[in-house]
Design a protein around this ligand. Sequence first.
Ligand SMILES: [Zn+2]
Length: 137
Amino acid sequence: MFSFNNPVGACPTCEGYGKVIGIDEDLVIPNKSLSVYQDAVACWKGEKMSEWKDELIYSAEKFNFPIHKPFYELTDAQRFLVWTGNKYFKGLNQFFKYLEENSYKIQYRVMLSRYRGKTTCPECKGSRLKKEPGMLK
Ligand SMILES: [Zn+2]
């Protein structure tokens, strides 16, 4: 139950656990010394799925994305972009949404399960606490 008297409640997304089952970045990008061009993104390998990677590779110069830089050297904003995408390419969030929408196909279900794990809760960032207005720095 939500209590108006208690300013600090448990995060509703993870129910105070700090972790949720979701797409695990360490499984998606297992080797961060590789660049995007060198297939740092494990799920964008292979004949079919590399179309997602190619979209980023071919449009990268339009928004100055360093496709040859090791993944760990990318800025937070650049790493974030690989997940969110922009108007030129579709990011990993959309990729996994696509897999989920097509998970009636066995190969997509298998792929999804391969990249799922316990990840830091996106809502409370692992703090386990409910986000309060004014707490953001
Ligand atoms: Zn949480």
